[in-house]
Design a binder for this molecule. Structure first.
Ligand code: NAD
Ligand code: MG
Length: 364
């Protein structure tokens, strides 16, 4: 890996290609990101936690344009259809034309809702992502999945709509709470576990630097994960195949998040436990060696991510929740498992008794 202080990754999608810029101070690099705006109108979508910290710096880059902002209350509960409606009203009030741009300033909640708003207004206008959480920098801002939740479930409504650019100013991470930071590290580890064994080894060597949020290491880790995800998205933009591998650990993880009523575990924490359970199940099925499971567990522990199912969770209830996963086909479990570090694969027809055994071991 190179050692420069800022990095650019290109997401190669033909005419929908875009750059991901990663570095410190990019929000103030107006000349760079302003050039991606084509029209005279911009709507900044952010939330009440992030806006007081960073909106002013973005607004300074919009001088001479007609712009306004739409702020969400903080939290997953506000990633709703109703708020998309209100954001669209804000575009209408602004008099936004087809060349307007939506700017998403915040974490994945803001980015998903802002992207979907941009996909809807006049059947699709530009948007740019300014992710401010580690998770949104390495995961949700890249790849064009946008959407909102319904009372019936998470992310049930959405569209594929790629951003024009992603501006990941790692300076914004200075204010990010520790738990949120670690949840982002889980998504980096996940990417390495799925398809980048070199990154996995690098993460093992740089766990201490990442814990200290050391800047060079952080930029390299973000860039490596974005490069990996960009490659997968370029091959399979709308998840017909390969892109599904990015969900390693998510069937376990979602069951854990749901069982914890979305408060016991952050998504990234659920993913951390989930990828470890997927590794254990793979080992049980004879697909992978115990040494790989052990390395994964050690790395998760090294960055203080959870590696056990929280006390009080019921294995049978978790299995019941896993049966509801979107990836399942015709009543049989379909999971992302692995053949070892960097080699994930989709496995259909997984035996429920094996899943239950792994869940029971993990709750003991
Ligand atoms: P989030 O957007 O809720 O942000 C986490 C918390 O950090 C929030 O309280 C937020 O206000 C706060 N915050 C954000 N930036 C901050 C900063 N710089 N300083 C201080 N506080 C800050 O959560 P997230 O983890 O970023 O994203 C989760 C969302 O992303 C979920 O809705 C999930 O469905 C979605 N997601 C989407 C994709 C995709 O491909 N579109 C992928 C993964 C996750
Ligand atoms: Mg995820």
């Amino acid at each position: 890996m190179s050692h420069s202080k800022s990095q650019t990754i290109d997401v190669a999608l033909g005419e929908r290609s875009y750059p991901v810029w990663i570095g410190r101070g990019l929000l103030d690099d107006h000349a760079r990101w302003r050039s991606t705006l084509r029209g005279r109108h911009a709507l900044i979508i952010s939330n009440r936690t992030v806006a007081p910290l960073y909106l002013e710096r973005v607004a300074r880059g919009l001088e001479g344009l007609r712009w306004s902002s739409f702020l969400l209350e903080d939290g997953e509960a506000h990633k709703t259809f109703q708020n998309v409606g209100l954001a669209l009203d804000a575009l209408a009030t602004l008099g936004a034309t087809r060349d307007a741009c939506v700017i998403a300033l915040g974490g994945g909640v803001v980015g998903d809702l802002a992207g979907f708003t941009a996909a809807c207004w006049m059947r699709g206008i530009d948007f740019i992502q300014m992710p401010t959480t580690l998770l949104s920098m390495v995961d949700s801002s890249v790849g064009g999945k946008t959407g909102v939740n319904l009372p019936a479930g998470k992310n049930l409504v959405g569209a594929f709509h790629q951003p024009r650019a992603v501006i990941a100013d790692i300076g914004t991470l200075d204010s990010l709470p520790d738990r949120e930071y670690r949840a982002g590290l889980a998504e980096i580890i996940k990417g390495a576990a799925i398809g980048d064994a070199d990154l996995f080894t690098w993460l093992e060597q740089h766990a201490t630097a990442l814990n200290a949020r050391e800047e060079t290491a952080l930029i390299q880790a973000i860039a490596a994960k974005v490069r990996y995800k960009a490659g997968v998205v370029a091959l399979d933009e709308t998840e017909q195949g390969e892109r599904a591998l990015l969900n390693l650990g998510h069937t376990f993880g979602h069951a854990l998040e749901t069982a914890g009523h979305y408060t016991a575990l952050l998504h990234g924490e659920g993913v951390a436990v989930g990828i470890l359970l997927a590794a254990r199940l793979s080992e049980r099925l004879g697909m992978s060696a115990s040494g790989d499971t052990e390395r994964l567990e050690r790395l998760l522990k090294a960055v203080s991510l959870p590696t056990t199912v929280p006390a009080g969770f019921d294995p049978d209830q978790l299995l019941a929740l896993m049966r509801l996963d979107k990836k399942n086909i015709a009543g049989t479990l379909r999971l992302i498992l692995w053949r070892g570090i960097g080699r994930a694969e989709i496995v259909a027809g997984v035996n429920e008794a094996d899943v239950l055994a792994v869940l029971r071991d993990a709750t003991r």
